[in-house]
Design a protein around this ligand. Sequence first.
Ligand code: GDP
Ligand code: MG
Length: 437
Amino acid sequence: NLTDKLDKAFHILKGHGKITDVNVADTLKEVRRALLDADVNFKIAKEFTTKVKEKAIGENVLTTLQPGQLLVKIVKDELTELMGGDVAGINLSGTPSVILMSGLQGSGKTTFSGKLANFLKSKKGKKTLLVACDIYRPAAINQLHVVGDQIGVEVYSEPENKNPVEIAQNAIKHAKANGFNVVIVDTAGRLAVDEEMMTEIANVHKAIQPQETLFVVDAMTGQDAVNTAKAFNDRLNFDGVILTKLDGDTRGGAAISIKSVVNKPIKFIGTGEKMDAIDVFYPSRMADRILGMGDVVSLVERAQEQYDEEEARKLQKKIAKNEFGFDDFLSQIQQIKKMGSMKDLVGMIPGAGKALKDVEIEDDAFKHIEAIIQSMTPAERSKPSLIDVKRKNRIAKGAGRKIEDVNQLMKQFEQMSKMMKMMQGGGGKNLMKMMGG
Ligand code: GDP
Ligand code: MG
């Protein structure tokens, strides 16, 4: 799937020290292939990789980061942007707010109407009316009633009436008279775009002037989803897209293409057949999902924000000359603290997150460590071997801790010094790298 392919694409970059024309070209070729395989439009995929390349080349690669990680971040940012950047809300300003569903048969309109009604009821406390305007199949009206019963939402239908415009208008009257906040109008679709269907939905649209017209599309239809979106948008100028069936092994390609072709935001996604399988569409989460590397991406972001390359170099020299002292230890701790909670950081290291899930890592522990180091004299800090029992007692008192705490810190310090020395030979990983460069 797409995630595996991108994984492979980024793998190519591992071990290279800098983002250069050569190593980025191979990776981006793989990225492009992965996007194409996920049914992203060829032109969009090409534009996308070109843009990423322009941003990546010449980017200063921090010593803490693999260039691959940095490229992941650039790819992720661009993907997020391509899918709309920010979360798009839905307009609930009317009394009632009318939401019209459009889309092909089987795209998931009826199911999504129920999910949205359920979402608005449970998350926003809205009194919602579902309206059955699919007049062609008696089973369709039934289906909406079943959904309504399931979630405890009223369904309006007129089984004898064959005019969807009238039904919708009557339903809105009913909603006004009975204090409904939202009216969701479910309509009929056909298996392919045709003139009769378009005229019918356009008539309903014109008659009821909905606050929101939503286009529902099956994410599994890939490239076709984009063409269908374009056809509906040309007629209805809809307000947003609902991407359904994004559960299981569905490719994310449609999400990437639709936004850039119709320039309308994706507002919700459907992730299953059940009534609670609905999610607000977050472009950045979708990008994470497509990349399958979310944790690495945020690690890159934070490290990039906080890391001081110059400091790292100085520190490296000190370690080499055996001059690593408590002041350096303290500033390392402060560096780590700036990046976020210890637990978060450890969780972001690939593989470590799961392994350390149950281990309590207390941020509070840093406070005691700081207090103890601060009650050392400058001489003691730069030459820890000076610290004898008498000094330990004085330090403990000054910090308001017990002598055992001082002993424990001395031990930790020794371990860290040893670790850093070992890393000089290379082979240090992630967190260790962040600590020492
Ligand atoms: P409509 O013709 O547009 O009203 O589509 P329906 O709501 O009747 O849905 C068609 C089929 O797709 C039904 O079997 C639904 O259960 C299924 N379906 C709808 N949304 C989702 C989804 O998000 N995930 C999955 N797996 N199935 C869905
Ligand atoms: Mg339906």
